[in-house]
Design a protein. Structure first.
Length: 278
């Protein structure tokens, strides 16, 4: 079994990058329509690579969106919101309390995404303090009709967010996902509104995609901005992915997107293939 190195880049590619690539896959943040000729049909292993790439992007975007929903639930103006329903139990800053975020049993459109089910958060401390810790689990929770399972932990003291035994399941299969992020907030520290928050993230992930191919990633300086919540929160940065595939030599894959865009194109041997994250 050989490891395939993939580089994921969430940024506009400069023109000079393209001339140096022989078998690179580039995700660009604009939608390109191409003709369906024989030489533009994605073949194995290219098809396997694009599937794994899509699985990675989906988990990255979905779990960051869920973290946003959790942090929004702890914002100081939550009492003024009518939906989703926020239920607090045992409000005592000296011990663990519970916040339930309830989206109901049917899909509701919020910030461009459909939610249903519940997120159950057990926490201690105040969300704006370094002593804040939270462990979040899911009760029949769906994001865009994808069943979400696993545990998310937030540790403000370490600036650390973990996704443990994460699962994203739709009608076409299941993606398994584990991740650890170290976040540094770069904007929004002085405001109550979390929509102006921006972060720089270093992370390590492991996963198994819908095609049953294992992958792992290392990301340095991913950029997340909460004002992109209606689309895709990750808008800049590089991730290096190792994909376990037989009979495939090491290749670089570069991902890119425009700010707040969920549209991507794959370039294989200089040929563009469109991808879209639902």
């Amino acid at each position: 079994m050989k490891n395939m190195n993939l580089i994921i880049h969430f940024l506009h590619m400069k023109n000079d990058i393209f001339f140096d690539l022989k078998f690179n896959i580039i995700f660009l943040g604009y939608f390109l329509i191409i003709s369906c000729t024989d030489d533009k049909v994605i073949m194995v292993p290219e098809q396997e690579i694009t599937q794994t790439s899509s699985d990675y992007i989906k988990c990255e975007v979905y779990f960051n969106s869920i973290v946003y929903e959790i942090e929004k639930g702890f914002s100081t103006n939550v009492s003024s919101r009518t939906f989703p329903i926020y239920i607090n139990h045992n409000l005592n800053p000296l011990n663990e309390d519970t916040l339930i975020i309830d989206y109901g049993n049917s899909n509701t459109l919020i910030n461009g995404k459909f939610f249903r089910g519940r997120i159950i958060n057990i926490y201690s401390g105040s969300v704006n303090d370094t002593n804040f810790n939270c462990s979040s689990n899911f009760d029949n929770f769906y994001l865009n009709n994808n069943l979400i399972n696993g545990t998310i932990t937030i540790d403000n003291n370490e600036g650390e967010i973990q996704i443990i035994n994460g699962e994203v399941t739709d009608i076409s299969g299941k993606i398994n996902w584990n991740s650890i992020q170290i976040r540094t907030q770069s904007h929004g520290l002085q405001t109550v509104n979390i929509e102006d928050d921006k972060f720089t993230v270093n992370s390590l992930t492991t996963g198994n995609g819908k095609n049953n191919i294992n992958f792992s990633t290392k990301s340095d300086s991913l950029k997340i901005r909460y004002d992109c919540v209606e689309s895709c929160l990750v808008y800049d940065g590089i991730s290096v992915i190792n994909v376990e595939m037989d009979d495939v030599s090491k290749k670089d894959i570069i991902f890119g997107s425009q700010s707040c865009s969920c549209n991507y194109n794959v370039i294989i041997n200089g040929i563009f293939y469109p991808l879209y994250l639902d």
